[in-house]
Design a protein around this ligand. Structure first.
Ligand code: GRF
Length: 204
């Protein structure tokens, strides 16, 4: 399809600074993509506000709204279908994505993790805990990883990684700030790479 813009959804739970950096990069680079939907487990958060301010559909979808898990999954798949979503970027989404949703987007769902996977990933490794663990283990460097979301938590194919140094006197907070800055460069670059891979797959 010539000039087709890949229809993207972002899944967020918090500030949404990675969502903002993706949105900015799509406008500036430019990338052949369009963020058409933001899904969040929280009705109010920075990411949902940003979506609303920028004319992007903002859908609050939380397990708590449904009687059963199956209904929750159905609602998520229905929203993705409604907006014709072709690829998904998880950007600070603090919930496990239902297996049926992962299965519906094979090689089409990205996640960003604030460490150099496969180190410092998996259960309990989120937010400030990651940086605390990196400092406690005496690592000389940390960084960020963008990977494909697969069935196993934090284990999908790595798309891009960028390193940052751990500096003397770092606290989990200062390290988190340095890693986040790196995330904002890395996520748009990884999205660009995935879009390229998707195009190649279509041609074949
Ligand atoms: C980032 O550090 C990301 O790696 C992690 O959650 C954080 C989200 O931050 N998955 P933001 O909401 O994009 O500012």
């Amino acid at each position: 399809m010539p000039n087709h813009k890949t229809r993207l959804a972002v899944f967020c739970s918090g500030t949404g600074s990675n969502f903002k950096s993706l949105h900015e990069a799509i406008a500036k680079r430019p990338l052949d993509a369009e963020i058409v939907l933001c899904i969040s487990n929280r009705s109010q958060c920075g990411a949902m506000e940003f979506a609303r301010e920028n004319g992007i559909a903002a859908r609050h979808i939380s397990e708590k709204q449904f009687a059963t898990y199956a209904e929750f999954v159905e609602a998520m798949l229905a929203a993705l279908g409604e907006y014709g979503v072709e690829a998904i970027a998880l950007a600070g989404y603090m919930r496990k994505v239902p297996q049926a949703v992962v299965a519906a987007y094979p090689e089409r769902m990205l996640n960003i993790h604030p460490a150099l996977l496969p180190k410092f990933g998996g259960e309990g490794m989120y937010g400030i805990h990651v940086h605390t663990a990196v400092l406690a283990s005496g690592e000389a460097e940390s960084g960020a990883t963008v990977h494909i979301v697969s069935e196993e938590y934090d284990k999908g194919r790595i798309v891009l990684q960028e390193r940052v140094p751990v500096l003397p006197g770092d606290t989990p907070e200062t390290l988190a700030g340095r890693v986040l800055e790196c995330e904002h460069r890395l996520y748009p670059a990884a999205l660009e790479k995935l879009l390229g891979e998707m195009k190649t797959a279509e041609i074949r």
